[in-house]
Design a protein around this ligand. Sequence first.
Ligand SMILES: C[S@@+](CC[C@H](N)C(=O)[O-])C[C@H]1O[C@@H](n2cnc3c(N)ncnc32)[C@H](O)[C@@H]1O
Length: 287
Amino acid sequence: MLTTPLNLDLVAPQTASSHQEAFDLLARLAENRLGMDFHKRRHDRLFLMIGKRVKATFKNSILDYLSFLETNPNHPEWVEIEQILTIQKTEFFRESSQMKFFEETILPEIKHRKSKERDSKVRAWSCGCSTGEEAYTLSILFHQRFLPPTDWDVRILASDVHQNALEIGQIAEYTEKSLQNVSKENRLSYFEKIGQNYCVIEPLKKMIQFRKINLISDSYPIKTKFSVIFCRNLLIYMTPFWQSTIVNRLRNYLEPGGYLLLGHSEYLADKKDFQLTKFNAFQSPIS
Ligand SMILES: C[S@@+](CC[C@H](N)C(=O)[O-])C[C@H]1O[C@@H](n2cnc3c(N)ncnc32)[C@H](O)[C@@H]1O
């Protein structure tokens, strides 16, 4: 329900009922396309940005623009609206206490379990990876704990619904600002300075595969089981239905004893057989 008046008159004056209609349609599109709970977002800014797309696409009104999207689900304009609707904010070593716990407790535990099972394959998934900083953070930590001169086979899947974000991740060139949590030693070991920016070194890039996956699609094109899945700062924007549906699906992609890591303000409504360790890291049963 629209509670505060919005300025939707960016293109042509609107009536109160067409305001409400545009609001309801956008809420429906955001949920059907991304699983998003539109009521959790700040609407004034969103509508301001959408107004710019209305002008750019020569539509008459926001309602006209949104109706066009609804009837053209494969139109390239969807890339623009998805970018407006989603939040891409991310950084290297985000949520440092959880990352430290991952580095000092979870990684050694995975290594110990895998060594016991004589299984050299380790798979991790950063789902909702945005522009790749989370996946590269994992690659640094795995590289330090697992890689040469030992013969571990570590690979990381980095997925997002947003094609532009994935392309930035593949290029792997970042500004000084996004590296603010990266230590001096890690900067020297894992990045090459290119002009003002920092590019991730090739061995780390090779560990990561970027793929476009919408987590609310019927199935995911993945056969692997993962030792660890990072799904952080994404579920928080989703409807309760999609939060629990996605968590239940991710659960099936974990190895016995694998970990699901959520963002610090996210929680599992239904923990089922998951065991909470610390810092929002949930372990599946070892069986
Ligand atoms: C705030 S970023 C979080 C990035 C990273 N996980 C972190 O915590 O720093 C949320 C990401 O989730 C992605 N996203 C939103 N809805 C999605 C969906 N239905 N399927 C896949 N990714 C989605 C967005 O495109 C965005 O890049």
